[in-house]
Design a protein around this ligand. Structure first.
Ligand code: AMP
Length: 476
């Protein structure tokens, strides 16, 4: 069964779902027997005879039904959540039931410090891992009320979240740095307009927390701002400040120290050797077994789980987070970005290969490279460079813009607007090594006006120059 609605609402506009859902079902190999639809009165809701049913009349019908619990093994899968990797094929992160519940219950006590009867407010989307763990299961397991907020943080104005904190006496709040950067552009008086005396702390995760953002919100709210680091795969924090476990105070720029249950190591990516000294950069890895709550496997692909996550560091069987990190002399970790081609746009994780696959679906695209480029608001944005099959439109600005628009629409449809590249630029050739590998890191360096490093393996220097010229024209 698929459960859906006629539409969602964003920025005051309805985003109709039904046509998207019907299209997805039409494309799927295993079609659902039934579709349960909530009609919110936001968009037309044509029903498919025999398959689609409306929620409201069924609710009336079953309102007083007593539904017994179904007991399952602790290892019974609770859900799969798809996340990006370095290939175009997202991985289905499979989570168990019992271990996840234990991990969340413990984290509510020792990391977020929420108490039964209080209210938790996570501003995430329930479709992302933070939403699963800390809008739904975590707070409810802890006996807390939870707020599901649909919409933007700046509508009707930048005070909406704080008005909810006042109204529902929120004690614990969880958001992402990117949302705070959005609020920074609003009137700072909105942070002082509401009674926030119930709020104990604001937790932020999902991407690096920069100092100006942390300071702005901490001063504005007069509350502790607490960073924590984790992934879809783990389901709860890997690095955090744990109360009553290790009473270390937070340190600016660091999400904290390894959470109990995680045996975190920094490893040399070339040799697999453990880096034990202070401030040495290595891959953040976790020695097995992973603690409760972490992924069990890749849905229906154990081999991929082992090969992707456990065999990427030479000579060792450890779980790789695919993040670079360092640890200072006091044991605090600092995350320095991904080791792979995953980018982080406004706290959302995207594989550049997925975006490339979508763009390559355009009939006039022969080849494309997508890279993540630093952005002041979103952390990173995707930037695409495409080689066309029929390049006759090159140089005709209107025609190029039209094509760019078509490609962006394609990405919107396949992956959602969050994955839409900030720009799609057209080139006649992509910079590659002599063995044919696209030099994405060099393209990224050029886009960020950084040094490209060693380019001796590059096949055709003119290819990178084309990109440099395009980027410079844009900047000027
Ligand atoms: P996701 O699976 O979408 O939650 O993305 C996980 C990735 O986001 C991690 O592998 C990191 O690259 C990044 N990330 C999450 N939390 C933090 C944080 N507190 N500081 C820095 N990077 C983070």
């Amino acid at each position: 069964m698929v459960v859906s609605a006629d539409a969602g609402s964003r920025g005051g506009k309805a985003v109709p779902y039904k046509a998207l859902l019907d299209e997805a079902i039409a494309q799927s190999t295993h079609k659902p027997e039934s579709v349960l639809l909530v009609d919110r009165g936001l968009a037309p809701l044509p029903l498919v005879e025999g398959r689609d049913r409306l929620w409201a009349p069924l609710r009336e019908q079953h309102l007083h039904a007593q539904v017994p619990c179904v007991w399952v093994d602790a290892t019974h899968p609770s859900y799969t959540l798809y996340t990006s990797g370095t290939t175009g094929k997202p991985k289905g992160v499979q989570r168990d039931t019992g271990g996840y519940a234990v991990a969340l219950a413990a984290s509510m006590e020792y990391i977020y410090c929420g108490k039964p009867g209080e209210t938790y407010f996570s501003t995430s989307d329930i479709g992302w891992v933070v939403g699963h763990s800390y809008i739904i299961y975590g707070p409810l397991i802890a006996g807390m009320a939870t707020i599901m907020y649909e919409g933007l943080p700046i509508r009707p104005d930048g005070g909406i979240w704080w008005s909810l904190v006042e109204k529902y006496k929120v004690t614990v709040m969880f958001s992402a740095p990117t949302a705070i950067r959005v609020l920074k552009k609003q009137d700072p008086a909105l942070l002082k307009k509401y009674d926030l005396s119930s709020l104990r702390a604001l937790f932020l995760a999902g991407e690096p927390l920069d100092e100006p953002t942390a300071q702005w919100i901490s001063e504005g709210l007069g509350k502790p701002i607490i960073d924590n680091y984790w992934q879809t795969e783990t389901g709860w924090p890997i690095l955090a400040i744990c109360k009553g476990v290790d009473d270390a105070p937070p340190k600016f720029g660091s999400p904290g120290k390894p959470v109990y249950g995680y045996n975190v190591k920094l490893l040399d990516d070339q040799t697999g050797a453990e880096l034990t000294g202070a401030n040495q950069k290595g891959v953040v890895a976790i020695e097995g077994p992973l603690p409760p709550g972490c992924m069990q496997t890749v849905w229906r692909d154990d081999a991929r789980f082992v090969n992707t996550y456990w065999k990427s560091v030479p000579g060792r069987m450890v779980y790789s987070t695919f993040d670079w990190g360092i640890r200072d002399e006091d044991g605090y970790y600092f995350i320095l970005g991904r080791t792979d081609d995953v980018i982080n746009v406004a706290g959302h994780r995207l594989g550049t290969r997925e975006i490339e696959e979508s763009i390559a679906g355009h009939p006039n695209v022969a080849e494309v490279a997508v890279v993540g480029v630093a952005d002041a608001l979103k952390g990173q944005v995707a930037m695409a460079f495409a080689v066309l099959k029929d390049a006759s439109c090159l140089g005709d600005t209107q025609a190029e813009l039209r094509l760019e628009g078509e490609i962006m629409k394609l990405v919107d449809r396949d992956l959602g607007a969050v994955a839409r590249p900030a720009r799609v630029r057209f080139v006649t050739v992509l910079p590659k090594t002599r063995s044919g590998k696209v030099l994405r890191r060099a393209i990224q360096a050029v886009c960020e006006s950084r040094d490209t490093g060693d380019l001796t393996t590059m096949d055709d220097p003119a290819a990178l120059q084309q990109i440099r010229d395009l980027v410079q024209t844009k900047n000027s």
